[in-house]
Design a protein around this ligand. Structure first.
Ligand code: TIU
Length: 227
C-alpha cells in the first residue's frame, strides 16, 4: 500500500488526494502541429508562442514525475492518411489557409506519421509510456485509453498539455464521466487564448470541483517529490 499524497494549495475546498501508483500524468497533444509555426494551430490563424512557452515547464514536470516513479501517458491528435477517420464537418469548418491533410512546412497537416504530428522532441515519450493516437478532441473517444488505464488500476489523472479549453478540457470531462478523479495543472496547460485558459480553470474547479481540481506543477511536485 503506497501513501496517499495530497495537493492542498488549490482554490477548491478539499485537497486533491491520490496514490501515485494509481495516478497517471496525461500529457495532451504536445505536438509540433500545435506548438510550432507552420502547423495546424498556426493554420487556424493562431500565434503559437504561448504554447511554445509550455515546453520547458512540462519538460521539468515530466523529469520530476518520472524520477518519483510516476507513470505517464501521452496523446496525439491526428488522422489516417486517407482521412477516413476525419469527419468532413471537422475538415471543412473555418477559413484555414491549410486544412487537415493539406501539405504544409511540417508535412501533411494533422496526419499520423508526418513530421508535424510528432510530439516535440523535449517531451519525447520513453519506453513504458503509451502514446494514444486520437482522431477527436477527447482522448477517450475512439481510443483504448480507458481500457489501458483500467488494466493498470488507474483511478486518478493529472492533466497537462494543449489546448486547455479544447482537447484538455474535453478529455477531462470524458474522464469524469468514466469515474476518474482529475487534477488540471494550471501552468502546464495552455491555450492560444489566455482568457479561455483562465475561464477553463475557473469552470473546472467551481461548484466544489465539479469537473476536478486545479493546481500548479510546483504544488503537485511538492507532494510527489519534495526537494
Ligand atoms: N485548436 C485548438 O485549440 N485545439 C485543437 O484543435 N486541438 C487540441 O486542443 N489538441
Amino acid at each position: 500500500m503506497s501513501p496517499i499524497l495530497t495537493v492542498s494549495a488549490t482554490p477548491t475546498p478539499t485537497p486533491f488526494a491520490f496514490d501515485l501508483n494509481r495516478t497517471a500524468l496525461l500529457i495532451i497533444d504536445m505536438q509540433r502541429d500545435f506548438v510550432e509555426p507552420g502547423g495546424f494551430g498556426a493554420s487556424l490563424g493562431n500565434d503559437v508562442a504561448p504554447l511554445q512557452a509550455l515546453v520547458p515547464v512540462i519538460s521539468r514536470l515530466l523529469g520530476r514525475w518520472r524520477a518519483a516513479g510516476g507513470w505517464v501517458v501521452h496523446t496525439r491528435e491526428g488522422h489516417a492518411s486517407d482521412l477516413s477517420d476525419c469527419p468532413p464537418a471537422k475538415r471543412e469548418r473555418g477559413e484555414a489557409k491549410l486544412r487537415i491533410g493539406d501539405v504544409g512546412p511540417m508535412g501533411r497537416i494533422l496526419i499520423r506519421g508526418e513530421p508535424g504530428h510528432a510530439i516535440v522532441p523535449e517531451l519525447t515519450p520513453i519506453p513504458g509510456e503509451p502514446v494514444i493516437d486520437k482522431p477527436g478532441k477527447g482522448a477517450f473517444y475512439a481510443t483504448d485509453l480507458h481500457a489501458l488505464l483500467q488494466a493498470r488500476g488507474i483511478t486518478h489523472l493529472v492533466l497537462a498539455g494543449v489546448t486547455t479549453e479544447v482537447c484538455v478540457q474535453t478529455t477531462m470531462r470524458e474522464a469524469n464521466d468514466r469515474g476518474y478523479v482529475c487534477l488540471l495543472l494550471e501552468d502546464a496547460s495552455g491555450s492560444y487564448f489566455p482568457s479561455f485558459h483562465q475561464a477553463t480553470l475557473e469552470m473546472v474547479r467551481a461548484q466544489g470541483a465539479i469537473v476536478g481540481w486545479t493546481a500548479t506543477s510546483a504544488e503537485l511536485l511538492a507532494a510527489v517529490s519534495p526537494l
